[in-house]
Design a protein around this ligand. Structure first.
Ligand code: CP
Ligand code: NVA
Length: 307
């Protein structure tokens, strides 16, 4: 029976904390958890959750994952804990390390997550920062794998803001050798360092393409992906971004220009009629709710490799 391997890296802060083999191992484990072909007992281990931003899927999938594995979670609300008072991260991290066995953190600056990891003696997981959302990318590639049973001929086109979700898709896509295309308005490209790291992994095979033409980007693509145009923390830019992203909506017409077998993904939550139409979310090519479910199976796989 398949058994979880320990990851070489103690933390999961970035998609790049995993090797290609480790990504495949986590996906494999996740499929086995999903099919109830594996059972792991985390024996009362405790996951601490810190959410400086809102969350439904990440919070609940981590809680249910821990519960299914025989462990428990503590959800630290920054406003009712001393975190909101501004207790230094280095103090919180050292204290929580003495109570918890693993900590998942959703916060703003990626450097704050790195500060937690620096001071924590227990594994730290990125539950989303402004820079990356690596747990999401694992669930996304699991959903893609379930559809195509291979990554060989996958062309993944992300249409929208070059944000945290796009960054992690790029890095995880590079590890898996998947062609990734990003269609975004000029000025909203993904992080330059992320692009550089991905190209190094691809070894200049030119499998990462950035364009401001959504129609060009979806031609021949079999996965269309989008996310909100304004992420959490960007509320003040909403009006401007809504204007700048005009023409970047995944609608029936854009989907019609992709491959016939194309599926549609969205990490959720969505603004229907902005980055994606209601019709496409509810349409037959959407795998969006399978993708959300897969967060749970991937979380179980990840936790069982870290603990
Ligand atoms: N996709 C995702 O991370 O959703 P939540 O913000 O609800 O956790
Ligand atoms: N890019 C979005 C993802 C939400 C899951 C955000 O950061 O708000």
């Amino acid at each position: 029976m398949l058994k979880p391997n320990k990851l070489a890296n103690n933390n999961f802060l970035s998609s790049l904390d995993l090797s290609t083999d480790e990504v495949f191992h986590i996906l494999d484990l996740a499929i086995n958890f999903k099919n109830k072909k594996i059972s792991v007992d985390l024996n009362n281990k405790v996951l601490g959750l810190i959410f400086d931003k809102s969350s439904t899927r990440t919070r609940v999938s981590f809680q249910v994952a821990m519960s299914r594995l025989g462990g428990t979670t503590i959800d630290l609300n920054p406003t009712t804990s001393q975190i909101g008072r501004g207790e230094p991260i280095k103090d919180t991290a050292r204290v929580l390390s003495r109570y918890c066995d693993v900590i998942a953190i959703r916060t703003f600056e990626h450097s704050n997550l790195e500060e937690y990891a620096k001071w924590s003696t227990k594994p730290v997981i990125n539950a989303l920062t402004d820079l990356e959302h690596p747990c999401q990318a694992l669930a996304d590639f699991l959903t893609i794998y379930e559809e195509f049973l291979d990554f060989k001929d996958v062309v993944l086109t992300f249409i929208g803001d070059g944000n945290n979700v796009a960054n992690s898709l790029i890095l995880c896509g590079a590890l898996l050798g998947v062609e990734v295309r990003i269609a975004c308005p000029k000025g909203y490209e993904p992080d330059a360092l992320i692009i550089k790291r991905a190209n190094e992994i691809y070894k200049d095979k030119n499998l990462l393409k950035i364009t401001d033409d959504p129609y060009k980007a979806v031609s021949g693509a079999n996965v269309l992906y989008t996310d909100v145009w304004s992420s959490m923390g960007e509320e003040n830019f909403k009006e401007k971004k809504d204007k700048d992203f005009k023409g970047f909506t995944i609608d029936k017409e854009l989907l019609g220009n992709a491959s016939k077998n194309a599926i549609v993904l969205h990490c959720l939550p969505a603004y229907r009629s902005k980055e994606i139409t209601d019709e496409v979310i509810e349409g037959e090519r959407s795998r969006i709710f399978d993708q959300a479910e897969n967060r749970l199976h991937v979380q179980q796989a990840l936790l069982s490799c870290l603990l």
